[in-house]
Design a protein around this ligand. Structure first.
Ligand code: NAG
Ligand code: NAG
Length: 333
């Protein structure tokens, strides 16, 4: 379904794009007013995935510069989507969170007939503490339930079959993405009163920026939990000694260990890190040593020309000088 972020373009806001399943196409046709939000959700998720992983060996698919080519990303995701790794977990979570976020935005903007701002918070607050609810509070309930209906494949009687863990894993990670949006809801206030004295405040609930949600999910990815790929009545950790530790709704789960993403593997849709830019002085994942998997790197000098030392000249233009800088760029062998 990610393909619809690119599929068709604005002139064809249809539901016919092939990546959609039958059930998704039906939902989409029932609610054509949601199509822009569905697209926006897919775009948000992909963009955040690339941003969170830009310094890692797995960088969430093809070059960020080719941003509108979400179809290409969906193609690159092809194998990733079914491989059951922690990268799969992140993709599922971030795209399902993206859908909640964009649908909720659209509710708050008044673009939808079935949802709007959170009306329960229109009145009330605490007059004695000098604040009351006002404005438009984001109501994520509709977005959450739409995301469930749109993304969660109904599961029937898979318990015990090999591979059933994979289905359960994807569903769990979809929900983890939605839970992240819910958990990071916060309250914003605006002050009123004589010359900003803040004697009275109007407050409303708001979703966090999608970037913050992305960072939260990245952290969950780094602490993700391996589960057994055979489903007994419920999800179980793979590590027997840790089975007593509960799995929380917001944890990301995976079934299979990840490849190291070092070398190209076309069959698995892994581009490898050859040619990737690395940082010679960093000890992190973007450092040449880790990113290039010990293969070493090439260094080129790149010339940058930019406007600099700009001054405002009365009145009314800006005069700048041209500055040239040379920087070393390192790329993996
Ligand atoms: C709401 O609809 C207007 C007009 O169709 C559109 O320009 C705007 O982007 C929409 N906003 C959201 C958040 O969906
Ligand atoms: C490279 O890594 C160092 C240390 O983490 C950092 O200070 C520097 O800004 C990085 N350089 C680039 C070009 O990202």
């Amino acid at each position: 379904w990610l393909g619809i972020a690119a599929g068709g373009g604005p002139e064809k806001p249809g539901c016919a794009s092939p990546p959609l399943s039958r059930r998704q196409r039906d939902l989409c046709e029932q609610k054509p007013e949601l199509v822009p939000a569905i697209r926006e959700g897919a775009r948000l998720g992909l963009q955040e995935c690339r941003s969170q992983f830009r310094h890692e060996r797995w960088d969430c698919g093809p070059a960020a510069a080719a941003a509108p080519a979400a179809a290409a990303a969906a193609a690159a995701f092809g194998h990733q989507l079914s491989s059951g790794t922690k990268e799969t977990a992140f993709i599922y979570a971030v795209t399902s969170a993206g859908l909640v976020h964009s649908v909720t935005r659209s509710c708050s903007a008044g673009n939808m007939t079935e949802c709007s701002c959170d009306m329960n918070l229109r009145h009330g607050g605490s007059a004695s503490e000098g604040w009351h609810w006002g404005g438009c509070s984001d109501d994520i309930h509709y977005g959450m339930s739409f995301s469930r209906r749109f993304l969660d494949v109904p599961v029937k009687n898979v318990t015990g079959k090999s591979g059933s863990g994979l289905v359960a894993m994807n569903l769990h990670n979809n929900e983890a993405g939605r839970q992240a949006v819910a958990k990071l809801m916060s309250v914003d206030c605006r002050c009123h009163g004589v010359s900003g004295s803040c004697a009275v405040k109007t407050c409303w609930k708001t979703m966090s920026s999608f970037e913050k949600i992305g960072r939260f999910l990245k952290d969950k990815y780094e602490n993700s939990i391996q589960i057994s790929d055979r489903l007994k009545k419920k999800l179980r950790r793979k590590e027997k000694s840790q089975r007593k530790i509960p799995i929380r709704k917001e944890d990301l789960l995976y079934v299979n260990k990840s490849p190291n993403y070092c070398v190209e593997d076309q069959k698995l849709g892994i581009p490898g890190t050859q040619g990737r830019e690395c940082n010679r002085t960093s000890d992190g994942p973007d450092g040449c040593n880790l990113l290039c998997c010990g293969r070493g790197y090439n260094t080129h000098v790149v010339r940058h020309v930019e406007r600099c030392e700009c001054k405002f000249v009365w009145c009314c233009y800006v005069r700048c000088r041209r500055c040239e800088t040379m920087t070393d760029v390192h790329t993996c062998k």
